[in-house]
Ligand binder design. Structure first.
Ligand code: 5GP
Length: 202
């Protein structure tokens, strides 16, 4: 039987909804799963390192990569560019590895259009008040940045209805359980297993 392509999982949601924490926990809990490292023109925060959380690029370097067609998608979010490098992701999917992209709503729409497949999951906070508290508690953003992120959250929440699934992040454990359940159910889609049935019918 030929190698099955990995699943492309697109996670979006407002900044502070807990996408990063959920991804970290999911990588430990779910086998055969990798997360893509995006490129950005924003400056590293706290202990962030180049090549770990992001590839931190100058605006000129980022634009060069756009020109060279190196991104699967890119978008301007909170005044900075963010983009998904193409080559590595296509390689992983071809090897049958499942890949998570943690990207904003504009990027998710571009991927769905370009790739024609992918499971889109929106991570929502339980409330706006909780979202603001999480942004304040993580102490990585200025008051001005938090105001901008809360404003952008409204725009992003409006897009949630276009996603295949919505996970409300009340606790990380429950959110990772939900994510695991979605990925298992997606693997059992009839389209993903028809080949086995067809072999039995030959
Ligand atoms: P942060 O600066 O908090 O790490 O991320 C800000 C926003 O950029 C988040 O909504 C995150 O999902 C989004 N983002 C991160 N990487 C990418 C990317 O490669 N493409 C797009 N379109 N958005 C991204």
């Amino acid at each position: 039987m030929k190698q099955k392509r990995g699943q492309l999982i697109i996670l979006s949601g407002p900044s502070g909804a807990g996408k990063g924490t959920i991804c970290e926990a999911a990588l430990k809990a779910i086998p055969n799963l990798k997360i893509s490292t995006s490129a950005t023109t924003r400056k590293p925060r706290g202990t962030e390192k180049n090549g770990v959380e992001y590839f931190f690029l100058s605006e000129a370097a980022f634009k060069k990569k756009i020109e060279n067609g190196e991104f699967l998608e890119y978008a301007k979010v909170h005044d900075h560019y963010y983009g998904t490098p193409k080559a590595h992701i296509v390689q992983m999917l071809d090897k049958g590895i499942d890949v998570i992209l943690e990207i904003d709503v504009q990027g998710a729409a571009q991927i769905k259009e370009k790739m024609g497949y992918g499971i889109t999951i929106f991570i929502a906070p339980p409330s706006l008040q909780e979202l603001q508290e999480r942004l304040v508690d993580r102490k990585t953003d200025s008051a001005e940045q938090i105001t901008l992120r809360m404003k952008n959250a409204q725009t992003e929440l409006k897009q949630a209805q276009n996603y295949d699934y919505i996970i409300v992040n009340r606790t990380v454990d429950q959110a990772v359980d939900d994510l695991t359940a979605i990925l298992r159910a997606e693997k059992c889609r009839s389209l993903n297993n028809l080949e086995i049935i067809q072999e039995m019918l030959m």
